[in-house]
Design a protein around this ligand. Structure first.
Ligand SMILES: [Zn+2]
Length: 538
């Protein structure tokens, strides 16, 4: 019998503290779904009541079948009753399965930062945990600065942990908030705490300020903690949080952990890890870390001649785990084999069945490589990848053809003397032998083009009526002599609530956006099995 180890993701809360990271509501919904599909136990969604995006996120319909959605906030203020603390009351009202409260456990912080007595702080912990439970939510307490607090005053730090546990907190989470604690200290302190609070109620939350967040988390698990907290790609303020993209495969694949523990992430779900990591980067408009453990592009790349020939004889010569286990791929810089298995894995992921030796696979590989060399990236654009593959298999009819488009951007003063910018687009489309011309207006050229294109698609108009452009991301890629623009578009179907992503690349931002828009509409027509134009024209 293996023991259950719980995984708590805080990408959307602590991870949002990273410099340069802001999640939109659409980003949060997408990432939450992705984390849920990975099989994580808890998803910390943010601070409802304290921040408008987070409040909207908790109010949104967001089916997360397996994970417990967790709201984050502070313990109630000392000297006030729970019902007299409006911030705390708002937190309890949020539509969440669990509530994680941050509490002080370092005597110095209680007296200096909070300015209350040590007993008042313990009372706040007890009352807050009880209130969370009475509201029908699972309670977690994040003991802030626990390790520094323990070093300064072990008795008080332990008293905080015990108070939370005795009040009924499901998890007492020991936080290395400043990130300066080392693995041998974490091991010793967690072992001591586990004598007062049982390990299956202890969590660990570490930061990476000495590049030891993952090591500290593993040390805590060995010392008895049974919940681990972290973020995808190690996002988080300063040097980041414990990196779940490294922790999860370590726990699932490495002896000493794999044989002792089980998590909600199955071997099958683990194969989605590389995709999840890259999708997060794509959503955040960040370049993926090529050298990231397990999921980086070069994590299984072999360059030196001796390495390559040894890996071809037996991959175990230079690989600590098989790349497929985490959804990554071996890269041998002399062979095409790696690319082929990569493409096959991607095809399977988007639901296209082809035989392993189908010649289309090689052609598709060549085309993807060519496109990637000019700036395309399909990690974040499943719909465009699927279209590319199905086009190659001859499964995509030319529903419509854009004969021409024109976009005008005008900046002028309006009647009130305010400076305004408006865009107007004209699109000429051929649909089933018929030419349709439409004009659209918008606050920018892409918006105007989208409006024009969707105003009239002739016989296909009914298919695209419920589309919304949800999100639009632009990245300027520099490399070679000229900069090119990559545009990623997220589209939603209001009726079915499904979403898909498409990509376009061009030196011209309007062209790149247009390409992604066309893919998005074509994808919708294909998915809804719209009839080919020949059958319409007849
Ligand atoms: Zn933290």
């Amino acid at each position: 019998m293996r023991e259950r180890l719980y995984i708590f993701d805080t990408t959307l809360r602590d991870g949002a503290q990273s410099l340069g990271v802001t999640f939109s509501l659409a980003d949060k919904l997408l990432i939450a779904r992705m984390l849920d599909e990975l099989g994580l136990d808890y998803i910390e969604g943010g601070y409802p009541g304290a921040n408008p995006t987070d409040t909207a996120f908790f109010a949104e319909k967001r089916p997360l079948p397996s994970a417990k959605l967790t709201a984050f906030g502070m313990t109630k203020r000392a000297g006030r009753s729970v019902s007299n603390d409006p911030g705390f009351a708002d937190l309890l009202k949020a539509d969440a399965d669990a509530v994680c409260l941050v509490a002080k456990s370092w005597d110095y912080h209680v007296e200096v930062a909070l300015g209350i007595t040590l007993d008042e702080n313990l009372e706040a912990v007890t009352d807050s945990v009880r209130a969370v439970r009475e509201a029908g939510r699972e309670a977690l307490i994040d003991c802030e600065h626990f390790f520094d607090g323990y070093k300064a005053n072990p008795g008080y730090a332990l008293a905080c942990a015990r108070a939370a546990h005795e009040a009924g907190a499901r998890w007492v989470v020991l936080c290395d908030t400043n990130g300066g604690t080392l693995p041998h200290e974490v091991a010793a302190i967690v072992a001591e705490v586990a004598k007062a609070v049982p390990g299956d109620h202890l969590g660990i939350h570490t930061h990476n300020d000495t590049e030891n967040a993952v090591a500290n988390t593993l040390a805590a698990v060995q010392a008895g903690a049974r919940q681990i907290q972290g973020t995808l790609n190690g996002l988080g303020e300063r040097c980041g949080n414990a990196n779940l993209t490294a922790l999860i495969p370590t726990i699932l694949l490495k002896p000493g952990f794999a044989d002792r523990f089980e998590t909600g992430v199955t071997a099958e779900k683990l194969k989605k890890l590389t995709h999840a990591s890259r999708l997060l980067d794509e959503v955040l408009n960040r370049a993926p870390d090529r050298q990231a453990a397990y999921v980086g592009e070069s994590a299984f790349a072999h360059k030196g001649g001796i390495h390559v020939s040894a890996v071809q004889k037996d991959p175990r010569t230079y690989e600590h785990v098989p790349p497929e286990a985490v959804g990554n791929a071996r890269k041998l810089l002399v062979s095409n084999q790696a690319g082929r298995s990569n493409i096959l894995a991607e095809l399977e992921r988007v639901g296209i069945e082809v035989a392993r030796d189908d010649p289309h696979v090689g052609l598709l590989l060549e085309e993807v490589k060519r496109r990637e060399s000019v700036g395309y990236a399909y990690e974040g654009a499943d719909a465009s990848f699927e279209l590319l593959a199905r086009r190659m298999l001859g499964e995509v009819p030319q529903f419509f053809a854009v004969e021409s488009f024109r976009v005008m951007v005008e900046r002028r003063h309006n009647a009130l003397g305010q400076l305004i910018t408006i865009s107007e687009a004209t699109v000429k489309v051929r649909v089933a032998g018929e030419i349709v011309m439409s004009v659209g207006e918008g606050n920018g050229p892409v918006h105007a083009l989208d409006q024009a294109l969707r105003r009239d698609l002739g016989k296909y108009q009914d298919y695209i009526r419920d589309l919304d452009l949800v999100d639009y991301k632009v990245r300027i890629l520099t490399g070679g002599s000229d900069a090119v623009t990559r545009v990623l578009i997220e589209t939603r179907d209001r009726k079915t609530h499904s979403r898909w992503f498409t990509v376009g690349v061009s030196p011209n931002i309007v062209d790149a956006s247009f390409e992604a828009l066309i893919d998005s509409i074509t994808y919708k027509l294909l998915r809804d099995k719209a009839p080919a134009p020949e059958t319409l024209a007849a």
